[in-house]
Ligand binder design. Sequence first.
Ligand code: ADP
Ligand code: MG
Length: 230
Amino acid sequence: MSSSIVSLRDVTKEYPDSPQFLRVLSGISLDLAKGETAAIVGPSGCGKSTLLNIIGTLDRPTSGTILFKDRDLHDRSEADLANLRNADIGFVFQLHHLLPQCSVIENVLVPTLVTKNADHAVERAQRLLDRVGLSQRAHQLPGKLSGGERQRAAVVRALINKPSLLLADEPTGSLNQQGAEQLAGLLLELNREEEMTLVVVTHSEEVARMMGRVFELREGTLHERAPQHG
Ligand code: ADP
Ligand code: MG
Protein backbone atom coordinates (compact mmCIF):
# COMPACT_ATOMS: atom_id res chain seq x y z
CA MET A 1 0.00 0.00 0.00
CA SER A 2 1.36 3.37 -0.98
CA SER A 3 1.54 6.10 1.63
CA SER A 4 1.33 8.86 -0.94
CA ILE A 5 -1.06 11.63 0.04
CA VAL A 6 -0.77 13.83 -3.00
CA SER A 7 1.12 13.57 -6.27
CA LEU A 8 1.37 16.12 -9.06
CA ARG A 9 2.55 14.99 -12.48
CA ASP A 10 3.70 17.62 -14.96
CA VAL A 11 1.14 20.15 -13.83
CA THR A 12 0.82 23.39 -15.77
CA LYS A 13 -1.41 26.37 -15.12
CA GLU A 14 -2.02 29.08 -17.67
CA TYR A 15 -4.17 32.18 -17.60
CA PRO A 16 -4.77 32.76 -21.29
CA ASP A 17 -7.16 35.65 -20.73
CA SER A 18 -4.93 37.77 -18.54
CA PRO A 19 -3.65 40.96 -20.28
CA GLN A 20 -0.54 39.03 -21.22
CA PHE A 21 -0.82 35.27 -21.70
CA LEU A 22 0.41 33.96 -18.39
CA ARG A 23 1.93 30.55 -17.75
CA VAL A 24 2.22 30.48 -13.98
CA LEU A 25 3.16 26.82 -13.53
CA SER A 26 5.07 24.95 -16.19
CA GLY A 27 5.61 21.29 -15.49
CA ILE A 28 5.41 20.76 -11.75
CA SER A 29 5.85 17.29 -10.32
CA LEU A 30 5.68 16.66 -6.61
CA ASP A 31 5.07 13.73 -4.29
CA LEU A 32 4.11 14.15 -0.68
CA ALA A 33 3.89 11.12 1.56
CA LYS A 34 1.73 10.66 4.61
CA GLY A 35 3.02 12.72 7.51
CA GLU A 36 5.58 14.75 5.56
CA THR A 37 6.04 18.48 6.12
CA ALA A 38 6.96 20.86 3.30
CA ALA A 39 7.45 24.56 2.74
CA ILE A 40 6.92 26.34 -0.57
CA VAL A 41 8.84 29.59 -0.95
CA GLY A 42 9.33 32.04 -3.77
CA PRO A 43 8.87 35.70 -4.69
CA SER A 44 5.49 37.36 -4.55
CA GLY A 45 3.39 36.59 -7.61
CA CYS A 46 5.41 33.52 -8.62
CA GLY A 47 2.43 31.18 -8.28
CA LYS A 48 2.64 29.76 -4.75
CA SER A 49 -1.06 30.25 -3.99
CA THR A 50 -1.97 28.91 -7.43
CA LEU A 51 0.07 25.78 -6.72
CA LEU A 52 -1.35 25.34 -3.22
CA ASN A 53 -4.90 25.76 -4.52
CA ILE A 54 -4.27 23.13 -7.19
CA ILE A 55 -2.83 20.74 -4.58
CA GLY A 56 -5.96 21.37 -2.51
CA THR A 57 -8.36 20.93 -5.46
CA LEU A 58 -9.65 24.50 -5.10
CA ASP A 59 -8.33 25.13 -8.60
CA ARG A 60 -7.77 22.85 -11.58
CA PRO A 61 -4.55 22.67 -13.61
CA THR A 62 -4.49 23.52 -17.32
CA SER A 63 -2.76 20.19 -17.93
CA GLY A 64 -1.15 17.46 -15.88
CA THR A 65 -2.40 15.03 -13.27
CA ILE A 66 -3.26 15.28 -9.59
CA LEU A 67 -3.49 12.13 -7.55
CA PHE A 68 -4.96 12.38 -4.08
CA LYS A 69 -4.27 9.16 -2.17
CA ASP A 70 -3.55 7.54 -5.54
CA ARG A 71 -6.92 8.55 -6.98
CA ASP A 72 -6.90 10.65 -10.14
CA LEU A 73 -9.06 13.71 -9.59
CA HIS A 74 -9.27 14.66 -13.24
CA ASP A 75 -12.89 13.82 -13.96
CA ARG A 76 -14.35 14.45 -10.52
CA SER A 77 -17.28 16.85 -10.38
CA GLU A 78 -17.07 20.05 -8.38
CA ALA A 79 -19.45 18.50 -5.83
CA ASP A 80 -17.18 15.46 -5.43
CA LEU A 81 -14.16 17.70 -4.97
CA ALA A 82 -15.99 19.81 -2.40
CA ASN A 83 -16.82 16.66 -0.43
CA LEU A 84 -13.24 15.45 -0.66
CA ARG A 85 -11.92 18.81 0.54
CA ASN A 86 -14.31 19.05 3.41
CA ALA A 87 -13.55 15.55 4.61
CA ASP A 88 -9.84 15.28 3.99
CA ILE A 89 -8.12 18.63 3.36
CA GLY A 90 -7.74 21.49 5.81
CA PHE A 91 -6.92 25.05 4.75
CA VAL A 92 -5.43 27.93 6.69
CA PHE A 93 -5.02 31.29 4.97
CA GLN A 94 -3.10 34.45 5.77
CA LEU A 95 -6.32 36.06 6.93
CA HIS A 96 -8.18 33.79 9.29
CA HIS A 97 -11.62 34.08 7.59
CA LEU A 98 -13.41 33.37 10.86
CA LEU A 99 -17.07 34.38 10.88
CA PRO A 100 -17.15 37.53 13.03
CA GLN A 101 -20.65 36.96 14.44
CA CYS A 102 -19.92 33.38 15.59
CA SER A 103 -17.97 32.33 18.66
CA VAL A 104 -14.63 30.58 18.32
CA ILE A 105 -16.11 27.13 18.92
CA GLU A 106 -18.99 27.78 16.52
CA ASN A 107 -16.47 28.75 13.86
CA VAL A 108 -14.46 25.62 14.56
CA LEU A 109 -17.56 23.44 14.18
CA VAL A 110 -18.68 24.88 10.83
CA PRO A 111 -16.90 22.20 8.73
CA THR A 112 -18.59 19.44 10.74
CA LEU A 113 -22.07 20.64 9.81
CA VAL A 114 -21.84 19.04 6.38
CA THR A 115 -20.01 15.82 7.24
CA LYS A 116 -21.78 12.71 8.34
CA ASN A 117 -19.21 11.80 10.96
CA ALA A 118 -19.99 14.81 13.10
CA ASP A 119 -20.23 12.60 16.21
CA HIS A 120 -17.98 13.76 18.98
CA ALA A 121 -17.25 16.93 17.04
CA VAL A 122 -17.84 19.13 20.08
CA GLU A 123 -15.49 17.06 22.23
CA ARG A 124 -12.86 17.13 19.51
CA ALA A 125 -13.29 20.89 19.13
CA GLN A 126 -12.84 21.39 22.85
CA ARG A 127 -9.84 19.09 22.97
CA LEU A 128 -8.14 20.86 20.05
CA LEU A 129 -8.95 24.33 21.40
CA ASP A 130 -7.43 23.24 24.69
CA ARG A 131 -4.45 21.83 22.80
CA VAL A 132 -3.71 25.19 21.15
CA GLY A 133 -4.32 27.16 24.35
CA LEU A 134 -7.73 28.55 23.44
CA SER A 135 -10.07 26.73 25.82
CA GLN A 136 -10.75 29.98 27.67
CA ARG A 137 -11.60 31.68 24.37
CA ALA A 138 -14.08 29.10 23.05
CA HIS A 139 -17.18 31.22 23.61
CA GLN A 140 -15.74 34.58 22.63
CA LEU A 141 -16.11 36.30 19.27
CA PRO A 142 -13.02 36.33 16.99
CA GLY A 143 -12.90 40.11 17.29
CA LYS A 144 -11.90 39.75 20.95
CA LEU A 145 -8.85 37.62 20.08
CA SER A 146 -5.28 38.57 19.23
CA GLY A 147 -3.95 37.87 15.73
CA GLY A 148 -2.10 34.79 16.91
CA GLU A 149 -5.16 33.46 18.73
CA ARG A 150 -7.31 33.91 15.62
CA GLN A 151 -4.82 31.97 13.54
CA ARG A 152 -4.80 29.19 16.14
CA ALA A 153 -8.61 29.11 15.98
CA ALA A 154 -8.37 28.90 12.18
CA VAL A 155 -5.93 25.99 12.54
CA VAL A 156 -8.35 24.15 14.82
CA ARG A 157 -11.17 24.73 12.33
CA ALA A 158 -8.96 23.33 9.56
CA LEU A 159 -8.23 20.22 11.62
CA ILE A 160 -11.70 19.54 12.98
CA ASN A 161 -12.60 16.90 10.36
CA LYS A 162 -9.24 15.10 10.79
CA PRO A 163 -7.87 15.92 7.34
CA SER A 164 -4.94 13.91 6.03
CA LEU A 165 -3.57 17.07 4.40
CA LEU A 166 -3.27 20.55 5.90
CA LEU A 167 -2.49 23.39 3.48
CA ALA A 168 -1.47 26.75 4.89
CA ASP A 169 -1.03 29.79 2.65
CA GLU A 170 1.18 32.32 4.47
CA PRO A 171 -0.52 31.45 7.76
CA THR A 172 2.05 33.50 9.66
CA GLY A 173 1.96 36.44 7.26
CA SER A 174 0.00 38.64 9.66
CA LEU A 175 2.13 37.75 12.70
CA ASN A 176 5.45 39.06 13.98
CA GLN A 177 8.57 36.90 13.82
CA GLN A 178 8.05 35.33 17.23
CA GLY A 179 4.36 34.70 16.59
CA ALA A 180 5.20 33.23 13.19
CA GLU A 181 7.69 30.74 14.59
CA GLN A 182 5.31 29.80 17.41
CA LEU A 183 2.48 29.11 14.98
CA ALA A 184 4.79 27.10 12.72
CA GLY A 185 5.98 25.13 15.75
CA LEU A 186 2.38 24.40 16.68
CA LEU A 187 1.62 23.24 13.12
CA LEU A 188 4.57 20.84 13.33
CA GLU A 189 3.41 19.45 16.68
CA LEU A 190 -0.08 18.94 15.27
CA ASN A 191 1.42 17.32 12.17
CA ARG A 192 2.89 14.64 14.43
CA GLU A 193 -0.04 14.31 16.82
CA GLU A 194 -2.75 14.31 14.16
CA GLU A 195 -0.67 12.47 11.53
CA MET A 196 -1.53 14.86 8.74
CA THR A 197 0.71 15.95 5.92
CA LEU A 198 1.53 19.66 6.14
CA VAL A 199 2.31 22.11 3.32
CA VAL A 200 3.10 25.70 4.26
CA VAL A 201 3.56 28.57 1.81
CA THR A 202 5.72 31.11 3.56
CA HIS A 203 7.80 34.24 3.13
CA SER A 204 9.76 33.40 6.24
CA GLU A 205 13.08 31.60 5.83
CA GLU A 206 12.89 30.65 9.51
CA VAL A 207 9.49 29.04 9.07
CA ALA A 208 10.61 27.31 5.86
CA ARG A 209 13.65 25.81 7.55
CA MET A 210 11.44 24.27 10.24
CA MET A 211 9.74 22.06 7.62
CA GLY A 212 11.07 18.66 6.55
CA ARG A 213 11.31 19.62 2.86
CA VAL A 214 11.68 23.02 1.22
CA PHE A 215 10.62 23.74 -2.35
CA GLU A 216 11.43 26.95 -4.23
CA LEU A 217 9.06 28.02 -6.97
CA ARG A 218 10.94 29.93 -9.66
CA GLU A 219 9.62 30.86 -13.08
CA GLY A 220 6.98 28.18 -12.98
CA THR A 221 9.14 25.29 -11.87
CA LEU A 222 9.71 23.73 -8.49
CA HIS A 223 13.19 23.13 -7.08
CA GLU A 224 13.65 21.09 -3.93
CA ARG A 225 16.47 22.25 -1.70
CA ALA A 226 18.94 19.69 -0.47
CA PRO A 227 18.10 18.69 3.10
CA GLN A 228 19.90 20.78 5.74
CA HIS A 229 21.46 19.10 8.73
CA GLY A 230 22.28 20.50 12.13
P1 ADP B 1 1.85 34.06 -5.14
O1 ADP B 1 0.91 33.33 -4.23
O2 ADP B 1 3.18 33.38 -5.29
O3 ADP B 1 2.03 35.48 -4.75
P2 ADP B 1 -0.26 33.69 -7.12
O4 ADP B 1 -0.37 32.21 -7.27
O5 ADP B 1 -1.28 34.37 -6.31
O6 ADP B 1 1.22 34.06 -6.62
O7 ADP B 1 -0.30 34.36 -8.57
C1 ADP B 1 0.62 33.98 -9.59
C2 ADP B 1 0.36 34.80 -10.83
O8 ADP B 1 -0.88 34.41 -11.41
C3 ADP B 1 0.26 36.29 -10.57
O9 ADP B 1 0.87 36.96 -11.65
C4 ADP B 1 -1.23 36.53 -10.55
O10 ADP B 1 -1.52 37.84 -10.95
C5 ADP B 1 -1.72 35.52 -11.57
N1 ADP B 1 -3.10 35.07 -11.32
C6 ADP B 1 -3.54 34.45 -10.19
N2 ADP B 1 -4.85 34.13 -10.31
C7 ADP B 1 -5.24 34.57 -11.54
C8 ADP B 1 -6.50 34.56 -12.25
N3 ADP B 1 -7.59 33.99 -11.74
N4 ADP B 1 -6.51 35.09 -13.51
C9 ADP B 1 -5.40 35.64 -14.04
N5 ADP B 1 -4.20 35.70 -13.43
C10 ADP B 1 -4.12 35.17 -12.18
MG1 MG C 1 -0.07 33.93 -2.52
